[in-house]
Design a binder for this molecule. Structure first.
Ligand code: FAD
Length: 409
């Protein structure tokens, strides 16, 4: 096997594979090193094996779904959009399917179809892929990079770190890329699990498991006094909260934070007016029926009254202002203290990574070590649930490959 390449890519996830494919201009000018015995393990798990690879809609609307990274992700997303990704898949024989909620999948609902296309294209173009090859060290030398695996030493003009984040470490993305980046002069931000559930400090009544609230307002109250507001579906689990609204907020959540979750999607003012009217009109109705009438699932209505210390069979006419305010407070801002956020073993993404300011957002080239590029989740970019992360893997891969093809090293 050759030991010198124009480009070495570390990591055969979607970002590494697509970057290798796009950077390759001649047979054998790209070497792709993967620590596992097979590529794309996380990709194969994505979307429960169905791979929600992106979503429909204007790409300009994607940028707000990457936490604080909107400016950084914009050029790469605009240069390789959701439509471009669909076109790549369709041209390669992988038909695509848009679900009603806008999520895009391969029509066969198999992540393996996308992986097979990437592998076939890489092989066809002459990308050299070596598995069971964990990169242990990288260094910048005169004229390029030296890359050391357990079994061999390679060198290249360009180096791409596409090693993913830390979530689901059994898939191979265990944070190695952060150490490699640091060894080449970069800094890595604090990292924390993202797209994960929370366990509540006070267990919920067993009957709440499985109840979901459609698109309520959620507020996250941080220990430092900040409040972060969001909206999204919330699912009550046996031990805490999950659902897209919580998953998307989880990049900001830390153990010990407090959440308040509305139990209906209606604004607080509207709920108050409805509650006052319902209590006045339903003087003889049980308060339980009145609370349910606010559009709250029955078991949640019972929990609200239990927490408020109000007997559910009491009549609406007997509910005074104090009790009404207790009900209103719980319905519009149900309090949950976070005992624990789901860890990297269950989180679908990593918030944090290689510091964005140190990377050119158009080319993904390092501003610190020329010739070094990044792609995918190794960067401090994490998307909301619903296809944003895989779209980022592909878009950032194209940006890095274009940077390499335009490079002068
Ligand atoms: C259960 C689950 C479901 C998901 N579902 C979705 C979804 O439906 N839609 C969506 O958009 N996102 C989803 N994601 C997130 C998405 O899969 C990732 O964001 C995406 O795979 C990141 O791509 P990547 O190429 O940057 O990194 P990865 O896919 O993590 O690939 C990195 C590769 O680098 C290799 N590697 C690491 N270190 C080394 C080393 N030292 N030497 C050599 N190789 C190394 C790893 O083995 C791995 O193969 C999901 C994630 C999980 C865990």
């Amino acid at each position: 096997m050759l030991s010198r390449y124009k480009t070495i890519v570390i990591g055969a996830g979607p970002a590494g594979l697509f970057c290798a494919l796009n950077a390759c201009t001649n047979r054998d000018d790209v070497l792709l090193l993967e620590k596992n015995g097979s590529p794309g393990r996380k990709l194969l798990l994505s979307g429960s094996g169905q791979c929600n690879f992106s979503r429909t809609g204007p790409i300009s609307e994607f940028t707000g779904h990457y936490g604080g990274a909107a400016n950084f992700v914009k050029p790469a997303l605009l240069a390789f959009t959701n439509k471009d990704l669909c076109a790549f898949l369709e041209n390669g024989g992988v038909k695509t399917f848009a679900r009603e909620d806008g999520k895009l999948f391969p029509a066969g609902m198999r992540a393996s179809d996308i992986l097979a296309l990437l592998l076939g294209r890489c092989a066809g173009k002459g990308v050299r892929m070596v598995f069971d090859s964990q990169v242990e060290a990288v260094s910048r030398e005169e004229g390029g990079f030296t890359v050391t695996t357990g079994a061999a030493v390679f060198s290249s003009d360009y180096l791409v770190i596409a090693t993913g984040g830390c979530s689901y470490p059994d898939t191979g993305s265990a944070g190695d890329g952060f150490d490699l980046a640091v060894s080449l002069g970069h800094t890595v931000t604090d990292i924390t699990p993202s797209l994960t559930h929370i366990t509540a400090e006070e267990p919920f009544p067993a009957g709440l498991a499985g109840i979901s609230v459609k698109n309520p307002a959620i507020s996250l109250h941080k220990a430092d006094g900040r409040t972060i507001s969001a909206r999204g579906d919330v699912l009550f689990t046996g031990a805490g909260l999950s659902g897209p609204g919580i998953l998307d907020l989880s990049r900001h959540i830390r153990d010990g934070d407090r959440l308040s979750v509305a139990l209906t999607d209606k604004p607080a003012g509207e709920v108050e007016i409805s509650l006052i009217a319902a209590l006045q009109a339903g003087g003889k109705k049980a308060v339980r029926t009145i609370v349910k009438g606010l559009g709250i699932p029955e078991r949640l209505a019972d929990t609200v009254l239990e927490k408020a210390g109000i007997v559910p069979s009491r009549k609406g006419g007997e509910i005074g202002r104090t009790d009404r305010m207790k009900i209103l407070g719980l319905v519009t801002a149900f309090p949950v203290k976070v005992a624990k956020k789901g860890g990297f073993n269950v989180a679908m993404a990593t918030a944090g990574g290689v510091t964005r300011d140190e990377v050119n957002r158009k080319s993904m080239e390092s501003r610190i070590t020329p010739g070094l590029f990044f792609a995918g989740e190794v960067l401090d970019v994490d998307g909301d649930t619903g296809g944003y992360n895989i779209q980022w893997a592909f878009s950032s891969a194209v940006a890095a490959a274009s940077g390499i093809r335009a490079g002068k090293h």
